[in-house]
Design a protein around this ligand. Structure first.
Ligand code: ZN
Length: 354
């Protein structure tokens, strides 16, 4: 079954983790043996061959770079201009992968439909389709830079990531969006970009909903009902998103899947972290919405964690092919399963881009 994963930090892995994603996962792991500079060395799950094996022919792929003020202890760039340059390096990698026939950028209905058509056949090595998303807007120096980004194919944007950002407050921080945030949201609407609500803190989330009228989704998200943390959305927030025709991509980061996860200590098997938990989150949103139109897949696999902090039944991203059967066991019909694993997000894009 064709799958659409709406959150992968592919360029970050290539350019910061130094992973050649054209190689099999096993070869990337082999090359990282003995390295300790990142907590997930040797545990990666994503590469192009694994995506092709798992029939994941389409994804939303990120550019990501944070700006930090003097008193902000999070890792990040010391100026917005540096953050911008970082995202441009990431863009250069995507472009190189396009030139190599590994990826193809999807920016409108026509390129989307052509790509879906291409993946209907089983023949030959096909490029992975990607829609460009900026995770955290700090690198947008001013609105002219957002226009430039749109020109290079950007189609979705999350105002904040972790901590206080230039345009909004993100995960683990508290505060609103301010005048800069409002200006950004206006420009997002004007360019018909998709607003990614994931990572907005509660105050920024609700302030955003007050002023923003454009398309919105949550790319890699789980429910607060299961793990009580500000990174998760409450039922109220999820219902607000549903009322705006949003689709919510369910993520696979263990600390958001089960309560009391301790980074670097907890073990996925001991904590019972598996794909069933993803299904629980999908099911909860379907129950809230009263239909199956608002959930999809947004794994965030290799988004700063690997198998040490992911479901034990996911060795590589190809294992996402287990999702259809798990949904079927929960009583979801074949047409529901198609919607929940790709079509809801595809329909969303077609609606926004028409
Ligand atoms: Zn994220």
């Amino acid at each position: 079954m064709f799958l659409f994963d709406v959150h992968l930090d592919l360029a970050m892995n290539a350019m910061e983790w130094n992973r050649d994603l054209t190689l099999p996962v096993s070869e990337i792991r082999e090359r990282e043996k003995g390295k300790t500079d990142k907590p997930d060395r040797g545990n990666n799950t994503v590469s192009f061959p694994a995506m092709r094996k798992g029939n994941i022919g389409l994804c939303v792929a990120t550019q990501i770079a944070r700006y930090v003020k003097k008193d902000n202890p999070l890792p990040g760039w010391h100026s917005q201009h540096q953050a911008w340059a970082q995202t441009q390096g990431q863009l250069a990698w995507y472009k190189t992968m396009e030139a190599a026939g590994e990826m193809v950028q999807i920016t409108d209905t026509e390129s989307l439909e052509n790509h879906l058509e291409l993946w209907k056949s089983n023949e030959g090595k096909k490029p992975i389709g990607y829609i460009l998303n900026l995770e955290g807007a700090d690198s947008i120096v001013d609105m002219g830079y957002l226009e430039k980004s749109y020109e290079s194919g950007l189609r979705a944007i999350g105002p904040a990531h972790y901590g206080p950002g230039v345009y909004a407050h993100g995960t683990d921080s508290v505060g609103g969006i301010g005048t800069k945030g409002r200006e950004l949201l206006k420009k997002i609407e004007e360019l018909n970009l998709i607003l990614d609500a994931t990572h907005l803190c509660d105050v920024s989330f609700w302030e955003t909903m007050d002023v923003y009228n454009g398309p919105v989704w949550a790319s890699h998200q789980l429910c607060r009902k299961f793990v009580d943390h500000n990174r998760q959305f409450s039922d109220e927030q999820l219902k607000e998103l549903v009322s705006r025709e949003a689709v919510i991509g369910i993520a696979l980061d263990a600390w958001m899947m089960v309560p009391n996860w301790v980074r670097g200590k907890s073990d996925p098997k001991e904590m019972g972290v598996n794909l069933e938990i993803m299904i629980n989150n999908m099911d909860h949103i379907c129950q809230l919405a009263g239909n199956t139109n608002h959930v999809g897949i947004g794994t965030d696999l290799d988004g700063g964690f690997g198998t040490e902090q992911g479901p034990y039944d996911v060795d590589t991203i190809a294992d996402l092919q287990k999702i259809p059967e798990l949904l079927s066991k929960r009583g979801y019909s074949a047409s529901d399963i198609k919607k929940m694993t790709s079509q809801n997000f595809i329909n969303f894009l077609k609606r926004v881009w028409k």
